[in-house]
Design a protein around this ligand. Structure first.
Ligand code: SF4
Length: 376
């Protein structure tokens, strides 16, 4: 076998031997993916040509590729799946112009506008997340960065939630200063989310009101304050494969703890409204790439998963170890019970962090039937 790289991709040339059948090709590819998994587990990055090879895996190679990504995922997370719930604490009217976002005021804020929630309503939402055994509760505001008043609300809610529930807290509030990052960390925010969204090269094609470097700086400030960092991006913005690879390498370099992988769900009224959704098999190959290059990170299937992965959603649990449930900031999603059933059906386990789940309490509080996570 001769493997060569080129600007258009990565090619495997098979010697014309008598047994060069389709099963033999698949076996050869499986060895390639296994080698990638072994190198990922050893802490080695793939080369850019190898990253392209992952993104170009054929349909015959998809299951062996997923199996190799699962080897890496299993090493750090076993068969556990963390579920996470988002709470949009302040909706819309954001001054930034991110072309994919329906909360952007320059694009007319098609998702609508709602003022900052009260401390009480955030605590109430956190109680619902705790009831479905979500590992984390994430409070999100549509802002360039948090005002002092926003910080007052988020910090007070964080203190009260931590007193009442055993749930980790994440906040996503836009750009930070050093002082704001410190305040959030001191209030009990465990993890701060700020996505890079796409590559440095492609960023100004979708956002002009702040730079990619601004985003990187906030991630570094969050990390320096002692919070864990959650930082990912969106696949399907029109970026090239090279851009996607750049993004994944940037996340690897930042050593982020958690990588939410969103898939563009084009929102009416936004600059990217006419974009096509991506192919679900490409979404799976992209997730494998994130896993190989960020082997120890929580790789989380995030916004747009239902409409981009469609019937292949369960396969995403092989590279990814985490997922959002109950919808996203401006779009609906699967109900928690459906996601819990999918996790159980695929033979994965919900993450409970050692807390015995009170399923009857969960059923009472969210008024939904709750399946046993261990049901077959
Ligand atoms: S992605 Fe965030 S910063 Fe950009 S417009 Fe939407 S809410 Fe504002």
């Amino acid at each position: 076998m001769l493997i060569t790289g080129s600007s258009t991709g990565f090619h495997i040339h098979l010697a014309p031997v008598a047994c060069a059948s389709v099963p033999a090709m698949t076996a050869l590819a499986a060895n390639t993916w296994d080698a990638f998994a072994a190198r990922s587990l050893a802490g080695e990055a793939l080369t850019r040509s190898e990253c392209l090879e992952v993104l170009h895996a054929s349909e015959d190679e998809l299951l062996p590729l997923l199996q190799a990504a699962f080897r890496v995922r299993r090493e750090y997370f076993g068969r556990k799946v963390h579920i996470q719930v988002l709470e949009n604490a302040k909706v819309g009217a954001c001054p930034e112009d991110c072309g994919f976002c329906s909360q952007s005021a320059p694009q007319g804020s098609p998702a609508g506008k709602e003022p900052m929630q009260s401390v009480e309503s955030l605590v109430e939402s956190a109680s619902k997340a705790a009831a479905i055994q979500a590992k984390r509760f994430c409070m999100v505001t549509a802002t360039r960065g948090p005002s002092e008043r926003d910080l007052d609300v988020i910090c007070e809610a964080a203190k009260q939630i931590k007193e009442k529930y055993q749930i980790e807290l994440c906040a996503s509030l836009g750009l930070l200063t050093e002082a704001k990052a410190k305040r959030l960390a001191e209030a009990g925010i465990d993890r701060f989310n700020h996505n890079l969204e796409t590559s440095e090269n492609y960023y100004d094609k979708v956002v002009t009101t702040h730079s990619w470097a601004d985003r990187v700086n906030t991630v570094k400030l969050a990390k320096a304050s002692g919070m864990e960092t959650c930082c990912g991006g969106i696949v399907g913005l029109g970026e090239s494969e090279e851009d996607l690879i750049d993004l994944v390498f940037a996340l690897r370099e930042l050593e982020v703890d958690s990588v939410p992988v969103n898939f563009l769900d084009p929102r009416p009224g936004t600059a990217l409204a006419a974009h096509q959704r991506i192919n679900p098999r490409y979404a799976l190959r992209a997730l494998c790439l994130f896993r190989f290059l960020c082997p120890k990170a929580d790789v989380r299937i995030a916004g747009g998963r239902e409409v981009n992965l469609r019937s292949l959603q369960p396969l995403a649990l092989y590279p990814a170890n985490s997922m959002f449930t109950s919808g996203y900031l401006t779009t609906g999603g699967n109900a928690p019970t459906d996601d819990m059933q999918m996790i159980a059906d695929a033979g994965f386990e919900l993450e409970f962090d050692g807390i015995e789940p009170d399923l009857s309490a969960a059923a009472r509080r969210v008024s939904l039937p709750v399946v046993s996570p261990s049901a077959n």
